[in-house]
Design a protein around this ligand. Structure first.
Ligand SMILES: *[C@@H]1O[C@H](CO)[C@@H](O)[C@H](O)[C@H]1NC(C)=O
Ligand SMILES: *[C@@H]1O[C@H](CO)[C@@H](O)[C@H](O)[C@H]1NC(C)=O
Ligand SMILES: *[C@@H]1O[C@H](CO)[C@@H](O)[C@H](O)[C@H]1NC(C)=O
Length: 478
């Protein structure tokens, strides 16, 4: 500790004391929330489920797409205990792939990326991508997985060399009058080269622009870049660039493909910026309740049903993962107490819709865990599971008071984690319930804000202003 820091320490301590004093008197009950252990219902869906949605609508120049959770529309009978445990293990793979992708890219150097002949690998393991919206491409409705971590939108295409099973009929490029192949020598094909993770190249005997996307779990899509008429709700655009996938393999949950919401020119956000101004937002529903969420294209906030004001922070650039969204996490408070850790704000933290559990630097996680245990004390412990190591046996309780968790970002923006995003149920009977935050292995790995902590929030991405907004919202009401 430096001399300077030592002289400041008493002041800091007294400020902290003062703050705790006022927090206790004034805000006490706001710093804890009641989690009813009975409200978590592990329902099987009723009726004939479908991932296809016809509930999109447009209002004030924005389009609202219903977003479904994969677990609730696939029609499969779910063994919840198995599902909940497998999800954590997959999440670990997902994050490992992401970290190693960053390392590969760092060692390859930025200059080589644009001329890569070897297909670049996406860090995404698809099974953690859980949210599905319906788009209309070439006049056909198709359910696709939503991903903020990639750019190219693609669907399986007929004639298909190898396609995984999907629920809806395959897109047939030969019967669509608005379908057009993209030439290899076009600027659109160039775009593909520059959008990381996709390498465009020319077919051996055709002038088509071929693409390959490899995902972190061995899934892939290969095919040609094409343009087509795209409708999102009642908003429509011509010449939307997408991948017509003729050789696809992976865990895409019976959907027709994927919609890329990343930052490059190829993403649907960039391509539709004339319609929606480069702004989109989502509300991810609590997975346990089976409610729908929404993906809103466009920035008119009057359509949101947020219950708290929107607070904005700026996006920070990351040279290694340039098509991801990064923020500056400057602090975390637990039950109103600011956690002290040296490494806040040094590097950006990745905001990801495809990672489940938030990952923090080891020093930050350690401090968060200690403060949480201090405030949530007296409950019987339970064993750690996978990446989660702060676990309790709450099966003897009907409800518990849990400390609020608030993530703070540069510019006084806050993400108040919803009560459903604080604990992860490893077992449905609440005999193994864990703090839904995890530690990275090393201080220099990339921190990630996962989708579990984004539930019941309106999360607004303004790619033009490079800002990101958060507000509390109970999803399903939009
Ligand atoms: C690109 O290739 C197509 C087909 O081979 C050709 O007709 C077109 O003139 C070429 N365009 C340019 C800009 O070179
Ligand atoms: C995050 O914000 C803090 C405080 O404003 C600043 O000192 C730090 O440099 C920022 N970090 C990044 C990565 O922008
Ligand atoms: C969890 O707590 C309940 C009630 O206190 C107890 O009956 C049960 O045996 C505990 N389960 C485990 C796995 O420890």
């Amino acid at each position: 500790m430096t001399v300077d820091a030592m002289t400041r320490l008493p002041l800091l301590l007294s400020l902290l004391f003062l703050y705790l004093g006022t927090a206790n008197e004034v805000n006490c009950y706001e710093e804890k929330r009641v989690l009813s252990l009975q409200t978590f219902q592990w329902k099987q869906q009723s009726g004939a489920p479908s991932c296809l949605s016809r509930k999109s609508r447009s209002e004030n120049g924005v389009t609202i797409l219903e977003m479904k959770h994969r677990d609730y529309c696939s029609g499969k009978i779910i063994d919840w205990n198995k599902k909940l445990q497998k999800r954590l293990i997959l999440d670990d793979f997902h994050v490992q792939a992401l970290q190693s992708r960053r390392k590969t890219k760092a060692s390859a150097g930025v200059a080589e990326v644009s001329e890569a002949q070897i297909p670049l690998t996406s860090g995404i393991a698809l099974e953690t991508l859980n949210y599905i919206v319906t788009i209309e491409l070439g006049g056909r409705n198709m359910p696709v997985i939503v991903d903020t971590g990639s750019d190219l939108t693609w669907v399986q295409c007929q004639p298909c060399k190898s396609c995984y099973n999907q629920k809806e009929p395959l897109f047939d490029s030969s019967t669509s009058p608005t379908y057009q192949s993209v030439f290899c020598n076009s600027s659109a094909c160039e775009t593909l080269h520059f959008a990381s993770w996709n390498s465009g190249n020319c077919g051996s005997n055709q002038p088509t622009c071929n693409y390959v996307v490899n995902y972190g779990d061995g899934s892939y899509t290969r095919g040609e870049l094409a343009s087509e008429h795209l409708s999102l709700g009642t908003a429509a655009m011509n010449n939307f660039l997408f991948g017509c996938g003729r050789n696809n393999k992976g865990l895409f949950g019976g959907t027709s493909g994927l919609m890329g919401l990343g930052r490059s020119d190829l993403s649907v956000i960039s391509q539709s910026s004339a319609l929606f101004g480069g702004v989109f937002s989502y509300c991810l529903p609590s997975t346990d309740a089976g409610a729908s969420g929404s993906l809103v294209m466009g920035g008119d906030s009057s359509v949101f049903r947020n219950s708290t004001p929107i607070s904005y922070t700026k996006m920070v650039p990351n040279s290694q993962l340039s098509n991801f969204y990064f923020l500056n996490l400057t602090g975390i408070s637990i039950g109103g107490v600011d956690v002290q850790a040296p490494n806040f704000g040094e590097d950006g933290i990745l905001l990801d819709s495809g990672t489940v559990i938030t990952r923090l630097a080891p020093s930050v996680y350690k401090a968060v865990k200690a403060e949480f245990l201090k405030q949530f004390s007296g409950f019987p412990p339970a064993p750690a599971f996978s990446i989660l190591d702060t676990c309790f046996n709450l099966s003897g309780y009907e409800e518990v008071n849990i400390p609020n968790i608030k993530l703070q970002f540069e510019g006084n923006a806050d993400l108040n984690v919803d009560v459903t995003g604080i604990f992860y149920f490893v077992k449905t009977d609440a005999s193994q319930v864990c703090l839904a935050l995890a530690s990275l292995s090393y201080e220099d790995e990339i921190g990630i804000i996962g989708n579990y902590q984004q539930k019941n929030q309106r999360v607004i991405y303004d790619t033009k202003q490079s800002t990101l907004g958060f507000a509390g919202e109970t999803c399903g009401s939009t």
